[in-house]
Design a protein around this ligand. Structure first.
Ligand code: GRF
Length: 195
């Protein structure tokens, strides 16, 4: 299976996904695309030998669909079977989502359905949660919704800040996302739960 990874930032999840697809694996990385030409993940992808593309969202201003048509035009020549969103910070409309319906994954840094949206760690801390974590789900038109394919749970420690919690969760993201992708690429959609 051919995998395209979309990112907006440093790409630590992308690196783990690309590294996981070596050897005997049902998927291979064919593209890393960013909406931001300065994203560190683009350099890391190039270092890993993965083709990259940039589609800057700014020229499209509020015309989300025009931006998404440009995204699709940049993605399609690479003919991906699966799209992995990994820190891709643009809201996607049904136009893009329907193009890749049933074959697009996202990782979100909370135990969905809790804490959809942004600032998930601060919100979990403010709410006095004792557990936090991350979720890989299929992308549907509802933001941070869609069938859950995997979750990893971490304890919230005494004195945690959003930063210390984010770092603990990120470590689990790097385990969860590759595990889910391998199963998904092999046609297995049974969700997994890491303690
Ligand atoms: C991660 O925290 C992920 O949960 C969220 O954005 C961040 C991506 O980080 N979607 P990176 O760019 O993969 O390092």
């Amino acid at each position: 299976k051919r995998v395209a990874i979309l990112l907006s930032g440093g790409g630590s999840n992308m690196v783990k996904l690309v590294e996981s697809m070596r050897g005997d694996h049902p998927a291979q990385p064919v593209l890393v695309l960013s909406n931001d030409s300065t994203a560190g993940g683009l350099d890391r992808a190039a270092e890993l030998g993965v083709p990259t593309e940039v589609v800057d969202h700014r020229p499209f201003k509020g015309d989300r669909e025009a931006f998404e048509r440009a995204l699709i035009a940049a993605i399609e020549p690479h003919a991906p079977d699966i799209i992995c969103l990994a820190g891709f910070m643009r809201i996607l409309t049904p136009l893009f989502i329907n193009t890749y319906a049933g074959r697009m994954l996202n990782i979100h840094p909370s135990l969905l359905p809790k804490y959809r949206g942004l600032h998930t760690h601060k919100r979990a801390l403010d709410a006095g949660e004792t557990q936090a974590g991350c979720t890989v789900h299929e992308v549907t038109a509802e933001l941070d919704d869609g069938p859950i394919l995997g979750q990893a749970q971490v304890p919230i420690e005494e004195g945690d800040s959003p930063e210390t919690l984010a770092a603990r969760v990120l470590k689990q993201e790097h385990v969860l996302y590759p595990a889910v992708l391998e199963r998904f690429a092999a046609g297995n959609r049974e969700p997994i739960f890491l303690g």
